[in-house]
Design a protein around this ligand. Structure first.
Ligand code: SAM
Length: 414
């Protein structure tokens, strides 16, 4: 079991459903089930992904009740606001305010962001498992270890059967209820082939299916949506067009405009959109980061995906300076204070630069996270940036971290 609590249906208006978790309510969308009040479901990212038998749900809930109350107690103890910063919340913040916050040495912004997270999003936490199914990529992004010019990388892609097996393992054995299918921009998977894969996964398993395959085409996203995918993870990487162009050599697919277009198109189709940027790219300024936070909001991101840049030895940016994680924490805290209702993720890259990154990230404004759920034999080759792999150990230790800071697997609502 990964980390999930069943919610009780207490209100239904068309597709919009109100769920109750021990007297706290959340909004969710129901697309796939015939529900009545009193039914029990699992929801992820605001989407109902599974209906469960009432007796089983009541048994699970009674085993969760004391644990849930204890998690609430821990969270409220850890999220008291520092009084002096309260005036920050009285007005909406402009770009200058964000720049000030990003530059400041005032560590109270972390506690402030955490208090806001607790007030607006409670102690809810969604856990998404990423399955990296191909490291082939037609692009040559200067920062990325799986860029096509990295000839040292052993390229591999999962066959349909391998992918199903790995998704099944992640859902049935590891207990994930939200799966992110991630790859390089790999046209081996045609629109039809990929949508068939998604359709089969949607038919066989109860989970929120996210896709993260790069810019691709409108038809790719449309077909995958029709097949049952409901989430897209696609960062714009940086809002600074000159910086973007310098990171993506001419000939690479997906200009900033095209990437932004695809994020907006995915939103229009109805996908839950996770988007954002990298922090610490060489040449990126604090003003760029403020603009990036604003762009994430303007794109109406359902989840903010903001990760630290990590230099990779087999890329042109190998000698770039690794920013310490503090800038990332400050970026997350600033994003939370600027946009209190956002869902903000701790991304997998963070722990590469700070072993305590998940806990610290969740304590400075984030409310959900992604874990690698790629089997070790594949993960070793999916070499975006340097990292250790050991799946089960890593998942268990992350769940323990989350419990230790009082976060419960109730749905985050979007
Ligand atoms: N091909 C898809 C795409 O382009 O969105 C998904 C795979 S891509 C490797 C996933 C993300 O990895 C990118 O959006 C980028 O932000 C991040 N990434 C790539 N290289 C990185 C690096 N050196 N350090 C940190 N993050 C990196």
């Amino acid at each position: 079991m990964c980390y999930a609590i069943p919610g009780k249906v207490v209100g239904i208006r068309g597709r919009n459903v109100i769920l109750e978790y021990f007297s706290e309510t959340r909004n969710a969308v129901n697309e796939f089930f015939e529900l009545s009040e009193g039914d029990y479901v699992y929801a992820q990212g605001g989407l109902i992904v599974e209906q469960i038998d009432r007796i089983e749900a009541e048994r699970l809930l009674s085993s969760w009740k004391n644990k849930f109350m204890e998690l609430k107690r821990i969270d409220s103890e850890l999220s008291k606001p520092p009084a002096a910063l309260e005036e920050l919340l009285d007005r909406s913040l402009n770009k200058e305010d964000l720049i000030q916050m990003l530059k400041s040495n005032d560590d109270r912004i972390f506690a402030m962001a955490n208090a806001l997270r607790s007030a607006r999003k409670q102690n809810s936490c969604c856990v998404h498992g990423i399955i990296e199914f191909s490291n082939y990529c037609i692009n040559d992004c200067k920062y990325c270890g799986i860029r096509k010019s990295n000839r040292k990388l052993v390229r591999c892609r999962m066959s349909k059967t391998q992918l199903f097996r790995n998704v099944e393992y992640a859902i049935k054995k590891l207990g994930f209820k939200a799966i992110v299918l991630q790859s390089g921009e790999d046209e081996h998977y045609t629109d039809e082939m990929f949508s068939e894969i998604v359709e089969e996964i949607a038919k066989r398993f109860n989970a929120l299916i996210f896709i993260s395959c790069g810019t691709r085409t409108e038809s790719f996203y449309k077909k995958a949506y029709d097949a049952g995918a409901r989430g897209v993870l696609l960062r714009f990487e940086t809002s600074n067009e000159d910086l973007y162009n310098s990171m993506h050599p001419a000939g690479s697919k997906g200009s900033l405009k095209e990437r932004l277009h695809m994020i907006k198109y995915a939103k229009k189709l109805g996908y839950i959109c996770a988007t954002g940027f990298m922090v610490g790219l060489p040449g990126q300024t604090i003003e760029d980061i403020a603009n990036d936070i604003i762009m994430t909001r303007n794109l109406d991101a359902d989840m903010y995906s903001i990760g630290p840049f990590i230099p990779h030895a087999e890329t042109p940016l190998r000698n770039s300076k690794q920013q310490n994680a503090d800038l990332w924490y400050r970026t997350i805290a600033t994003a939370r204070i600027a946009h209190p209702d956002a869902n903000i993720l701790v991304t997998t890259a963070l722990e590469t630069i700070d072993k305590d990154g998940l806990r610290k990230g969740m304590m400075c404004g984030a409310n959900s996270f992604m874990i690698n759920a790629t089997p070790d034999e594949f993960a070793g080759n999916y070499d975006i940036y340097p990292r250790d792999v050991n799946l089960i150990k890593s998942i268990n230790s992350k769940i323990e971290v989350i419990k230790s800071i009082g976060r419960a697997p109730t749905d985050i609502s979007i």
